[in-house]
Design a protein. Sequence first.
Length: 137
Amino acid sequence: TNRTFTMIKPDAVENGHIGAIIEKIQTAGFKIVAMKYTQLSEADAKAFYEVHKERPFYGELVAFMSRGPIVAAVLEKDNAVEDFRTLIGATNPEEAAEGTIRKLFATSLSENAVHGSDSDENAAIESNFHFSGREIY
Ligand code: ATP
């Protein structure tokens, strides 16, 4: 479909990058159809990242994602999922292309500034995790 879900992660919020990241997203042609400043509880983070629960970094990821505020948003554009993952760059900022959001703003592999859904199906699941139908325009 034409929508994806993103979070500006706690590291980028702590480092004052919310405005710059939203600017990059809009300049790349994404329309914001839902957005909120919020914080994940530990239980929320565990549930959101349940697919990673057998991975060695799961505990670290849950602690990181729940340690401070985030910005959650639903974005609209043709080819949204794939184009947004191109815009954010590789998971590891050291491997991310020049000009990508992670290259510019991420701290490390684990604290990598932004999330982007990896499929249309997950975009819908993740959007519904954070937003009710009335909050998406
Ligand atoms: P995201 O799902 O956040 O968009 P991604 O799809 O690029 O990221 P995944 O492999 O799904 O990456 O990992 C989810 C998140 O877990 C990463 O964004 C990163 O914050 C963290 N992570 C991934 N690999 C590691 C690792 N080896 N050590 C620590 N944290 C990691």
